[in-house]
Design a protein around this ligand. Structure first.
Ligand code: ANZ
Ligand code: ZN
Length: 745
């Protein structure tokens, strides 16, 4: 064993060269299939999931990787702890950008998307991520979208999918529907023509039926508070009263919704939603000429029509109380309506009611690159779902992508061929719209657990064995994704497709990585020329350096700017680790090192579980420094390698197998345990800084660590510190007992 150490030390030299290590182990891991999902039922199940990426034309940048590295650390750590880990990856492959690209270049979305997937996958693999690729899914694959269609039909049969007229953004020149993000200042992003609203028949999913459960379920899950608040705000539950007013001189009645029925005595007007000027910021209105009677005091109140009342919320009408409501006051001031302030009343009129701001989910898209909606329209029988045996309804390939007023699929010659009504058999027509891609991402995490199932969307057993997701990581604009996915899950749960024991929330713990900004502290974007890709960093510094750097930049969930100096710092740290393992280990270690080791095991263990990857790495740095200075035995080195394995998997494997002579693979080895009795220490580690930069450290007794004179003397004797102090006048000494000493020179 010992001879091997010497031999391999010579072979690899002392310089840390990632090019000799990373590719080699990636190939070996793949060959040995060490990240395959365990078949046995040993260990606690732990489903660790990333929000799967949309494979866009722009390659992945280092910001995307942050979350993936985080879940990779968790997956490696929990595997070593003996958990049964499930860590899959796949592609949110449908979407508008690929279709727009096709319009511009003529390249079919299927081709561009799959080219992009190849690039993304290569980048993930080069980063040393431990996905089990056996369960890879692609939402544009008919094997997948067959079940997306099946789910749509399930919803339809449960009365949760319906068709209704609804306005869309319409460009009259391009004759196309525009997504909100394609409308810039009210004009078409492509041609600049003013966008109008057009009413189209569209499919909706009835998420509003689940509004209350979508709120109450939040109590059960471990999510960041701000994400829960976003969910609640999006649903917008509001308790109040509907109060009925009669219209003077007619038998018409107007119902208003108010959350402040106690202000009824101070109402001076009524207002109903107007059709025009809807999108203007300015409050506009006109009197209708009618008057309503206040049911509390009999006063006659003018009825106005205004754009600040939303026709689709509450009753679409309000009572105006300018004395107490800011919007009403602004409106009254502008139109010289009375402002009357009377005391609140204890007498409360009207029926109790709860309204939600949440709207049903509009899923129709007049687009090609999405999942076809599996419905057939018959003039006699109306809308009919496509029979199960006829699924999937395949996306036709014979379409041109230029917009012509409706979904490009409408002009396919094959799509409508021989279509008959499933009910009466007469000639009929298929729905040509496709689904919002949020539908795909609302259930992909269920398909992962049984991705090859041909007879079910996922078996109840597979769902029970892996779901709910234990750790879900992803960020960005996810309010809707999380809401929609929770809605789907509850529908499946109610339908009995999910065992009761699994529960009615799909994501138990959620964490959102903070954005990585460019080095100019701006959002990484082509526009600013500040995008950094793994393809620039990995060849130069290695994946381990990139991983350690990204996790060391700061707390996982906060924004942080990229710094090339920081990358170099992480690279130097790994170089230091490398040299440590290429030194001959000692026979014995100091007691101080032993307690430091056990403190570090405890700290890294706890930090990983709390997603505090940055502080876990700092404690590994401290341990590395202590060991470099005071030496270590083989057992200590083994523990250090194990602790590093989730962060720098290639380097850790190399020293584990090639230097320490341990059996392949470190990623299958047991996570080290700490011993409380060894943690207790009568010594502390003090940092020595010169001009605020850490230059060395001292291990001293607790008592000594509080005596400035002793620490100053010991620092001057310390080899590393002495180097920096030599020949300089010390202007000032800052001393923090038990923590640090800083020499200002
Ligand atoms: C009188 C009043 C007095 C009000 C007061 C508020 C304060 P949320 O919490 O969002 O439910 N409102 C009702 N329906 C509306 C609609 N369709 N469009 C615009 N505004 C509407 O808000 C409920 C309050 O918003 C209601 O209570 C109503 O104004 C207004 F001191 O009634 B309130
Ligand atoms: Zn029919």
């Amino acid at each position: 064993m010992y001879a091997k150490v010497i031999k391999l030390t010579n072979m690899n030299g002392i310089k840390y060269d990632h090019t000799k290590i990373e590719k080699k182990w990636q190939e070996k891991w793949e060959e040995e299939g060490i990240y395959k999902t365990p078949k046995s039922s040993d260990g606690k199940k732990n489903y660790i999931l990333d929000m799967f990426p949309y494979p866009s034309g722009a390659t992945m940048h280092v910001g995307h990787l942050e979350g993936y590295v985080g879940t990779d650390i968790l997956s490696r750590y929990y595997r070593m702890k003996g958990d049964r880990v499930f860590h899959p990856m796949g592609w949110d492959a449908f979407g508008l950008p690929a279709e727009n690209y096709a319009i511009k270049t003529g390249i079919h979305p299927d081709k561009s998307t799959h080219d992009n997937i190849k690039t993304f996958k290569r980048q993930l693999e080069a980063s040393g991520l431990s996905y089990d690729w056996d369960n890879e899914i692609d939402t544009s694959n008919p094997e997948f979208y067959r079940w997306t269609q099946w789910i749509f039909i399930l919803l339809y049969k449960k009365g949760l999918a319906y068709k209704k007229k609804s306005p869309v953004n319409w460009c009259p020149k391009d004759e196309t529907v525009l997504a909100n993000e394609q409308v810039v200042d009210g004009c078409c992003e492509r041609c600049g023509t003013e966008v109008v609203q057009k009413e189209l028949d569209q499919w909706f999913l009835k998420i509003t039926d689940y509004a209350d459960r979508l709120i109450s379920g939040l109590e059960k899950i471990n999510w960041p508070e701000e994400v829960k608040i976003q969910q609640r705000n999006w649903i917008g539950r509001s308790e109040g009263r509907n109060i009925e007013f009669s219209v003077d001189g007619s038998d018409k009645k107007i119902k208003v919704f108010t959350t402040r029925p106690d202000t009824l005595n101070s109402a001076t007007f009524l207002a109903v939603a107007s059709k025009d000027n809807k999108d203007l910021k300015e409050k506009l209105g006109r009197p209708t000429g009618d008057y309503a009677i206040n049911p509390l005091n009999g006063e006659r109140l003018p009825i106005w029509e205004t754009n600040y009342v939303d026709s689709s919320y509450g009753t679409g009408a309000i009572m105006g109380v300018p004395a107490y409501d800011d919007r009403d006051r602004e409106f009254s001031t502008k139109y010289h309506i009375d402002i009357v302030e009377r005391p609140f009343t204890k007498e409360i009129l009207g029926e109790k009611i709860i309204h939600y701001h949440l709207r049903d989910w509009l899923i129709s898209r007049q687009r090609y690159w999405g999942c076809p909606i599996p419905m057939i329209h018959c003039d006699e029988c109306g809308w009919q779902p496509v029979p199960d045996n006829d699924l999937p309804v395949l996306l036709p390939s014979d379409v041109d992508f230029l917009p012509h007023g409706e979904s490009p699929i409408a002009r396919s010659k094959t799509f409508q061929k021989d279509v008959t009504c499933p009910k009466c058999g007469k000639a009929a027509r298929r729905e040509v719209d496709t689904m919002d891609t949020y539908v795909d991402s609302s259930w992909y995490f269920i398909r992962f657990v049984d991705s090859k199932n041909k007879s079910e969307f996922a078996s109840k057993e597979a769902i029970k064995s892996w779901l709910p997701v234990n750790n879900y990581v992803g960020g960005g604009h996810v309010v809707q994704h999380l809401l929609f996915a929770r809605f789907f899950w509850k529908v499946f749960y109610d339908e009995g497709l999910i065992d009761e024991s699994v529960g009615d929330e799909p994501f138990l713990k959620l964490r959102a990585p903070g954005w990585i900004l460019g080095s100019d502290s701006r959002k990484m974007s082509k526009r600013w020329g500040n995008v950094i890709t793994p393809d620039e960093i990995i060849p130069k510094f290695g994946a381990d350096t990139l991983r350690v750097y990204e996790m060391f930049m700061g707390p996982f969930d906060v924004m942080k700017p990229w710094s090339t100096a920081g990358v170099e710092g992480s690279n130097r740290f790994l170089g230091k680790v490398w040299r440590l393992f290429n030194k001959k280990p000692g026979e014995k270690i100091k007691k101080e090192i032993l307690s430091k080791l056990h403190q570090t095991i405890k700290k890294v263990t706890e930090d990983i579980e709390e997603y505090k990857f940055n502080t876990a790495i700092s404690s590994l740095m401290e341990l590395t420094n202590s060991v470099t200075e005071y030496g270590a035995d083989r057992e200590t080195l083994k523990s250090l390698a194990l602790l590093l394995a989730p962060f720098a998997p290639h380097l850790a494997e190399e020293v584990w197998v090639e230097v320490l002579g341990q059996p392949f693979s470190i990623h299958k080895a047991d996570w080290p345990k700490y011993d409380d009795s060894k943690i207790a220490s009568d010594t502390v580690t003090m940092v020595i800084q010169i001009n605020g930069k850490v230059r060395s450290q001292l291990i001293v007794s607790n008592k000594q660590s509080t005596i400035q004179g002793d620490i100053e003397t010991l620092s001057r004797k310390d080899e590393n510190a002495a180097k920096w102090l030599k020949g300089h006048d010390i202007k000032k000494v800052i001393f923090v007992p038990g923590k640090l000493i800083n020499f200002v020179i």
